[in-house]
Design a protein around this ligand. Structure first.
Ligand SMILES: [Zn+2]
Length: 409
């Protein structure tokens, strides 16, 4: 049951907002779903408010024309949503809002990216834009290292957290147990030990190489420890990709010492110093993950096409609808701009491209207004996953109705 209206202000709450809306009992009357672009370029003239007003007016006109008995409910929901939008101070690129006549059914959540602006009124909340955002922003770990220090970050949904700072002290003697020292501080200490001057005494050459070796051993131990800390981090908060940055030598040493699970997640090295600011780390990490996400999407489509030949996947509207109807979908893959009409049987509930009667049981069919939304929710009901693609991957999928699925059997 909904206890009270929920207004999230942390973008990382998006999965909670999604689960909440998915599980919430349907609002009486209907739900107003609103997606607004509140990125900085839309803020000065409050374009999003103008869009909200124009769109709700358009939806109202449609409702009035269809002589819907929901007009009163709609007006109340709009009133409550507008009150919120009017006083809303944007801090994130997007906003999703859900309102109904029921004062307890009101959810607002900021979005990490700019959504396609939309206003919809229906029996169910529109959830695909939230799924798309969660799919787009994965957990990405970033490790900044040199031979003595490390800073480990986690980025998620356009936000960044410092997970751990590691500062290994090479000057003191260490018992096995307290090496290296871990801190939460990011302070950099001066006073690096420098090798002694060359040629002072006959022994100096050997002394230097011994010292250099000790430095290398120390650095190696430090980076092994960083790898351990990353493993620990992954157990606490699983991440999809690992980015490394810092001095080239340290990054190479760390890469060569990554345990297999981390090696598998390593995406690329970023040109950042170990002292980079959080916002620099976040910006570089977002750019790299977007690039990787687009590449991974293309690979997904290639795999989809390949597996279709062996029965492990289906492509195109017709085949995908069949797989969804049979509950066979493991991962649904669809273009972010997927649209189009499809029907649902009023009797057996099967989705079909037929425009007359249900090909399965011959009963009356009704049109499904939002194909994307309908498919996504059906697949989630089957405990399937959703992968929404754009860019080059979407171009590849276009020739297959922008739709396909990896199937369980
Ligand atoms: Zn039927």
């Amino acid at each position: 049951m909904i206890q009270a209206q929920i207004i999230y202000d942390d973008v990382r709450e998006l999965p909670n907002a999604f689960t909440f809306l998915q599980d919430a009992p349907p609002a009486s009357g209907g739900v107003l779903s609103v997606f607004l672009d509140t990125s900085f370029r839309r803020v000065p003239g409050r374009d999003y408010l103008v869009f909200f007003r124009n769109s709700t007016r358009a939806v109202r006109t449609e409702l009035a024309a269809s002589e819907s008995d929901q007009l009163k409910d709609f007006d109340l929901a709009v009133e409550r949503a507008e009150e919120f939008v009017l006083h809303f101070a944007p801090r994130h690129p997007g906003l999703a809002l859900y309102a109904s006549v029921d004062p307890e059914y009101f959810v607002a959540v900021p979005l990490p990216g700019r959504p396609v602006q939309d206003v919809a009124w229906g029996q169910q909340p529109v959830l695909t834009p939230l799924i798309e955002m969660m799919d787009e922003y994965e957990h990405v770990a970033v490790a900044l290292v040199d031979k003595r220090e490390a800073r480990l970050f986690m980025t998620y949904l356009g936000a960044i957290d410092l997970y751990e700072s590691i500062e290994s002290d090479s000057t003191g003697k260490h018992a096995a147990g307290d090496f290296p020292r871990r801190t939460r501080s990011t302070g950099i200490r001066g006073g690096r030990s420098t090798p002694g001057k060359a040629g002072m005494i006959a022994w100096s050459g050997m002394g230097q190489s011994r010292q250099r070796r000790r430095h290398e051993e120390f650095a190696m131990q430090h980076l092994r420890d960083v790898a351990q800390a990353l493993m620990q981090m992954m157990h606490e908060q699983p991440f999809d990709r690992l980015l490394l940055a810092g001095t080239e030598e340290a990054v190479d040493m760390l890469r060569n010492n990554l345990p297999q699970p981390l090696k598998a997640r390593f995406a690329e090295s970023l040109p950042l110093p170990v002292t980079a600011s959080e916002s620099e780390v976040l910006t570089a990490a977002l750019e790299a993950s977007e690039r990787r996400e687009r590449e991974a999407e293309v690979e997904t489509i290639e795999r989809l096409v390949e597996r279709t030949g062996t029965g492990g996947a289906v492509l195109g509207l017709e085949e995908t609808l069949n797989a969804v109807n049979d509950g066979r979908v493991d991962t649904l893959v669809m273009n972010s701009n997927l649209s189009g009409a499809v029907s649902m049987c009023g009797n057996c509930g099967r989705l079909t491209t037929s425009t007359s009667t249900c090909p399965s049981c011959g009963s009356e069919i009704e049109e499904v207004p939002d194909l994307r939304e309908r498919l996504a929710l059906d697949v989630l009901d089957q405990s399937g996953r959703i992968e929404i693609v754009e860019g080059p991957a979407a171009d590849l999928l276009d020739s297959h109705d922008g739709l396909g699925a990896f199937v369980r059997y």
